[in-house]
Structures are given as structure tokens and as C-alpha cells.
Design a protein around this ligand. Structure first.
Ligand code: XBP
Ligand code: MG
Length: 256
């Protein structure tokens, strides 16, 4: 029988609606700071999210949506994007520190349950480590960063999601095999990354990812839920549970 030893969390879109309420707002603020007349709407951002990573997303936007764009005098594209991205990270952490990105329904409860069950926790994310730290410190008790044994981030690996690198890094650092873990994700890119690392994945979707291909997920829910806020099951089996619990995660793993 497979035993659940660790839960690996994605961050953006899974722990909180950081894409809509954090990253998108920060990108637009940076465009203003850089005197650009660019503005990403919520709809356009939904499309741009298919490209993971902030720097990669800006480059894709220039190539696809601003073909006439000319770099400021004396600038080189990748270093200019890196400068913009550093500004965006500063904007993002400032926004998150105001409490604009609360945890999604059920996240805090599930984290507490996992801790009480002595199951290990890690993070596998595309975003920058300082963004993860700012989200944890604005939403969880002091010292909560240490609850996550590993924070594997996009800038620590060769290839970002949907490549498996960031999950493989988390597994390697925890010295666990993929069959001992569950990944919690919100997007097709995240699912493909965890799957390629061999990890059983539970999806909680959101407004940007609803309708994406989650065929290979073990379970697809609309949130992690609470006792008084039961989940809607979009695919898979919840074995009679009305919200995501450690028991349910264990059953999902055993049946995967
Ligand atoms: C998250 C992302 C990130 C953020 C921006 O993907 O794609 O790029 O949007 O973060 P996932 P940075 O949830 O699948 O990990 O700007 O720091 O790259
Ligand atoms: Mg995500």
C-alpha cells in the first residue's frame, strides 16, 4: 500500500489567487513605472498565463502583441526584461504584504491537518522565492516558512513548468520517491510538470484554469473546501468526503 509522506504545493493560483490579485496588478504597475503604455486586461492575462515565468511572459507579450516595440537606447532585451521583472517582483511583494492575496478556501485548514498528521510539506513553484516568502508571511503564522521543508522555485532549475524540473528538485531534496507524494496544482502547466515527475496530482481550478485539460489528474475540485463549504467535484472520486482532507489525499494516492 502506498503511504503518503509529503504534499507538494504549487503557489500561484493554488494557495491564493495571486495571479489575478498580485502578479497581474504588479505587471501593470511596472509598465507604468517604465513609462510604457502597455496594459494587460484580465482576459489577456488569462491567455498570457500559458507562458510560465514572468520574464518569459513579458518576452512572449513583446513578440506576439508589440511587434513594433523598440527598446530604449542602449538597452539589451534580456537585461532590460530582467530589470523590469525585478521591479515587478518589488511591486508584487508590496501588494501581497497588504493582504490583497488571502489563502483560497480550505488551504489553511488543510495545511494544519497535514502538519497534525506529521506529513511533510514542500513547495514547487515557477515564481521567485521572495514572492513565496511574502505570501507565506502575509497569510500564515510567523515562522510558517519553515513548515515547508523545501521551496523549489523556477529560478533554481534549468526549465520551468510544464517541465518536471522543479518537482524533481523537491523530491531530490526531500529524498522521497514520486509515489510517496501528492502534488496540489491549479493549472494544466502545473499538472504536466508534476505528472512528468511521476507525482499523483489533485487540481483545485480557478477562473483562469477552468476548462483546461486535467485528464491526467487524480481529482479535480473547485477548491479545497471547508466543512461548511463543500467542494464541487469536477472529475474523480472523493470517497464520500465533502472537502479535501488528509484522509482523502491518502485514498487518492492509494488508488492512483
Ligand atoms: C506561476 C507562474 C509565474 C507567475 C509570475 O506558475 O507562471 O510565472 O505568474 O511569477 P505556477 P514570476 O503556478 O504553475 O508555478 O514573475 O516571479 O516569474
Ligand atoms: Mg499555479
Amino acid at each position: 500500500m502506498k503511504k503518503l509522506k509529503a504534499v507538494i504545493f504549487d503557489v500561484d493560483g493554488t494557495l491564493a489567487n495571486t495571479e489575478r490579485d498580485g502578479h497581474l496588478v504588479a505587471f501593470n504597475k511596472t509598465f507604468t513605472n517604465f513609462n510604457l503604455n502597455w496594459h494587460w486586461s484580465n482576459e489577456l492575462y488569462g491567455e498570457l498565463l500559458r507562458v510560465t515565468g514572468g520574464k518569459e511572459r513579458i518576452l512572449h507579450y513583446i513578440e506576439k502583441h508589440q511587434p513594433e516595440f523598440e527598446l530604449p537606447e542602449g538597452e539589451e532585451l534580456s537585461s532590460w526584461i530582467a530589470k523590469m521583472h525585478a521591479d515587478k517582483t518589488k511591486c508584487y511583494t508590496d501588494i501581497v504584504a497588504t493582504g490583497a492575496t488571502p489563502l483560497r478556501t480550505g488551504v489553511k485548514r488543510l495545511i494544519e491537518e497535514i502538519r497534525n498528521a506529521n506529513i511533510r510539506m514542500a513547495i514547487a513553484t515557477t515564481t521567485s522565492p521572495e514572492n513565496v516568502t511574502s505570501l507565506i508571511s502575509s497569510t500564515l503564522p510567523e515562522g510558517a516558512e519553515k513548515w515547508f521543508e523545501v521551496i523549489a522555485a523556477g529560478n533554481m532549475v534549468k526549465t520551468k513548468k510544464p517541465a518536471p524540473d522543479v518537482y524533481q528538485l523537491a523530491l531530490e531534496k526531500m529524498e522521497l520517491s514520486s509515489s510517496e507524494c501528492i502534488a496540489l496544482e491549479d493549472s494544466n502547466n502545473g499538472l504536466r510538470s508534476a505528472q512528468a515527475a511521476g507525482i499523483t496530482t489533485v487540481i483545485t481550478d480557478n477562473e483562469y484554469t477552468r476548462g483546461e485539460n486535467f485528464t491526467n489528474a487524480a481529482l479535480v475540485l473547485d477548491s479545497m473546501g471547508e466543512p461548511d463549504q463543500p467542494v464541487t467535484v469536477l472529475a474523480g472520486e472523493t470517497y464520500g468526503e465533502e472537502y479535501l482532507t488528509v484522509d482523502l489525499l491518502e485514498k487518492v494516492l492509494q488508488n492512483s
